[in-house]
Design a protein around this ligand. Structure first.
Ligand code: PLP
Length: 404
């Protein structure tokens, strides 16, 4: 008789965005005259840039002609895309990453969830808290996280590294030694960044204890300040301890198009075995490659026109972030993030819980954000506001909050 993977049964329901959606729906049904503004789910709203649309059209036309038609893509991605990624994202920034260390995929979520497969179940993971939920949940599904404490909302075999105002939302090296360390900067949900010297400490630590860092740089394009690393490979020694995840979702609006990549340096080895070969094997067996048309669209992200258009797109969202940050600050809230990331993280007033503040904002200002507690226990009493809406809606939402 077939048996379930009962690790799936251990997963607590991910109620965050479904509860947000239900509460908004109920509110709107009860108050049909109110205009509710949503600054909650981290999805982009601006259309694809013209350079990308042009490239998509051209690639579609190629697929309609026998001489330019393409079937299965190479497992690890087309060379035209991997070459330009290696050059523009890494070599031009002084990072030693070559095209054959890049694995093109359909996005960072799948890679973030799948990468744990190449590690033994005996590994202990460490995660920032609060955090993008995929890192923990994928390890739960694999059976690596022990038992769940419903009251504390934590897993017995996960090392949680609290990211709070006291540490500028950057985790400290934990007392217990982890085997796999998930770091995400710029961070979702806090919008925090890590300075190069701090990241170097993590790299040195991982090399010392033999841990692997899985570095999620999905929001790299939003970095505006000097001294904030765009890639972990800016740190010395990262090639022997770090895997980096990247996405085209937020820098180029590909949330519905789907494209990302993972870097596995050939120098990264466990007991002499390169992880590059294992990830290549996994990719080759379980994945048939991102579509040709989409990889061509990805290539256009790096063209001169694409770069200029996307810079403007990121600037549009960051103008929203600035308005949110300044407006909430003027309104008396304690805020952070929003400078190198499209997320502003605020401390709820009067020690309200994250959900109490959610209800308050929905009811009084008809504005929807995301309760911080949904990202982990240390997110309690915090609230995430995102900058991915239209400028007009963002201004209206913040002005309503200021008027409360
Ligand atoms: C930290 C982080 N990593 C990865 C992703 C997923 O990216 P993708 O759309 O490429 O799957 C997100 C999406 O919100 C994210 O916040």
């Amino acid at each position: 008789m077939a048996k379930l993977n009962d690790n799936y049964l251990k997963l607590p329901g991910s109620y965050l965005f479904s509860t947000v959606a239900r509460k908004v729906r109920e509110y709107q049904e009860a108050h049909p005259d109110k205009k509710v503004i949503k600054l909650s789910i981290g999805d982009v709203t601006q259309p694809l840039a013209p350079a990308i649309i042009e490239s998509l059209h051209a690639a579609v036309d190629e697929m309609g002609k026998a001489e330019t038609f393409r079937g299965y893509a190479p497992d690890l991605g087309y060379e035209f895309l991997r070459d330009v990624i290696a050059k523009k994202d890494y070599q031009e920034r002084g990072c030693n990453v070559s095209a054959d260390e890049i694995f093109v995929s359909d996005g960072a979520k799948s890679d973030a969830a799948n990468i744990q497969e190449i590690f033994s179940l005996d590994n202990k993971i460490a995660v920032g808290d609060p955090v993008y939920p995929v890192y923990v949940d994928s390890n739960v599904m694999a059976g690596r996280t022990g038992t769940y404490d419903k009251v504390k909302e934590t897993w017995s075999d996960v090392i949680y590294m609290p990211c709070l105002a006291e540490n500028n939302f950057v985790p400290e090296i934990p007392k217990e030694i982890p085997d796999l360390i998930y770091l995400c900067f710029p961070n979702n949900p806090t919008g925090a960044t890590i300075k190069k010297a701090q990241l170097q400490e993590w790299v040195d630590y991982a090399n010392k204890v033999g841990a692997v860092i899985i570095y999620d740089a999905a929001y790299e394009a939003y970095i505006s300040e000097e001294g904030v690393p765009h890639s972990i490979y800016e740190c010395e020694g990262a090639r022997t301890c770090a895997i980096e995840l990247r996405s085209f979702s937020k820098n180029a609006g590909f949330t519905g198009v789907r494209l990302g990549f993972t870097v596995v340096p050939k120098d990264l080895k466990i007991d002499g075995t390169p992880l590059h070969g294992l990830w290549a094997r996994r990719h080759g067996t379980k994945y048939n490659g991102a579509p040709y048309i989409i990889q061509r669209a990805g290539e256009a992200v790096y063209s001169e026109a694409g770069q200029a258009q996307l810079k403007a797109q990121v600037a549009y969202y960051m103008k929203n972030a600035k308005y949110i940050y300044n407006g909430l600050k003027e309104a008396g809230y304690t805020v952070s993030g929003g400078v190198n990331a499209p997320y502003v993280w605020l401390r709820t007033p009067g020690n309200m819980t994250s959900w109490e503040f959610f209800d308050y904002l929905l009811d009084k200002a008809n504005v929807v954000g995301t309760p911080g507690s949904g990202f982990g226990p240390s997110g309690e009493h915090y609230f995430r506001v995102n900058a991915f809406g239209s400028y007009e809606n963002t201004v209206e939402a913040i002005d309503r909050i200021k008027a409360l």
